[in-house]
Design a binder for this molecule. Structure first.
Ligand code: F6P
Length: 364
């Protein structure tokens, strides 16, 4: 391994947490230390770069035993955008652009490069900081799997496993009570978690944002299922799913500094099915369980490969890039391309086609 000049690099985790964050941090630290470099841990995403006193060196002991741990030892926030910074919770205070301070602090700390582990929000910030001169590498994280230019983001596989496990468990209670059970899963504006867990968990109906549904079609499928002698029905609804005749349900609206929070579709679908079919229906919101727990083997492996690849890119001085899974390899792509829009589920994809052939309804 080339031991190029001793570098000092920073690492941070931004946005909603996802299983595998610690595995990436560990890989970055181990690979960098093996090259003779120094790694600084930046707390709470980009927020940490506004407070240099909070930035500490990461030692081998700090990353020992964290490979299979959920969460992030560095902390994170999905409200830490230095380009639109708002201190505290005072609603009246207007957002300030503190990105120059971030650049100044980065230089003061003597950092040579920054590894930013995050989803579309954090990587968009990373791209803007790269444009302002910070040598940055992005690592694609999100349970939503909605980042472009990578086949998969780490965290997604664990979230799908958790959701599938929940759907498996709902089968017996649905059957015992002859109920329609509606499971609301995360995913924001994309249906990847709903689609994959729905197929793996044997759902009868899957509702995703990419295919707006028709209430009549949903209810016809419920009735068909009961008439076929199966006295229960499992529906998986992505939080961003919406009826063709309506809007997606928003719990908290987007502001200059806060992202939109979705939710409520599960209850809505259960209530509507019960009203229209007379079948008893219940809803369950899986929520943040999908972000918790130990990463699966796949996520640990992907996270570790991503972390190692990020350090390799720094050694090669290939900045402004995001590591990306392009099986069988981990490659790199420009951050600019990775954050240009979301990776939605193609309605004509093989998974959708296979699900339809299995008799799963998308309510269309
Ligand atoms: O992006 C990850 C995610 O878990 C989404 O699936 C979900 O919509 C959102 O974050 C929830 O965010 P918060 O933790 O702010 O409630």
């Amino acid at each position: 391994m080339p031991k190029n000049s001793k570098l000092k690099i920073g690492v941070l985790t931004g946005g909603g947490d996802a299983p595998g964050l610690n595995a990436v941090i560990r890989a970055v630290v181990k690979c960098a230390l093996n090259r003779g470099w120094e790694v600084m841990g930046i707390k709470d995403g980009f927020e940490g770069l506004l407070d240099p006193s909070s930035i500490k060196q990461i030692t081998p002991g700090d990353v020992s035993g964290i490979l299979n741990m959920g969460g992030t030892i560095l902390g994170t926030t999905n409200r830490g955008n230095p380009f639109q910074h708002k201190a505290g919770s005072d609603k009246k205070e207007s957002a300030k652009d503190l990105s120059d301070l971030v650049v100044e602090n980065f230089k003061k700390l003597g950092l040579d490069a920054l590894v930013a582990i995050g989803g579309d929000g954090s990587l968009t910030i990373a791209k803007k900081l790269y444009d302002k001169g910070i040598p940055i590498i992005g690592v694609p994280k999100t349970i939503d799997n909605d980042l472009k230019e990578t086949v998969i983001t780490f965290g997604f596989d664990t979230a799908v496993s958790t959701a599938t496990d929940a759907i498996d468990k709902l089968h017996s209670t649905a059957q015992s009570h002859k109920r329609v059970m509606v499971v609301e899963v995360m995913g924001r504006y994309c249906g990847w978690i709903a689609l994959n867990s729905g197929i793996a968990g044997g759902a009868d109906i899957i509702l995703i944002p990419e295919i707006p549904f028709d209430w009549d079609k949903v209810c016809q499928k419920v009735e068909k299922r009961y008439k076929s002698g199966k006295n229960f029905c499992i529906v998986v609804a992505a939080e961003g799913a919406k009826p063709a005749s309506g809007e997606r349900l928003v719990k908290e609206h987007k502001t200059a500094t806060h992202v939109e929070v979705l939710g409520g579709i599960g209850e809505f679908v259960a209530a509507e099915i019960q009203k229209r079919t007379g079948r008893e229906a219940r809803a369950m919101v899986l929520g943040h369980l999908q972000r918790g727990g130990n990463p699966t083997t796949f996520d640990r492996l992907t996270s570790t490969r991503f972390g190692a690849a990020a350090v390799r890119l720094i050694a090669e001085k290939k900045f402004g890039q995001m590591v990306s899974l392009s099986p069988p390899n981990v490659v790199s792509v420009p951050l600019e391309k990775a954050v240009a829009g979301l990776k939605t589920v193609p309605p004509d994809s093989d998974s959708i086609l296979s699900a339809r052939e299995l008799g799963i309804s998308f309510g269309d």
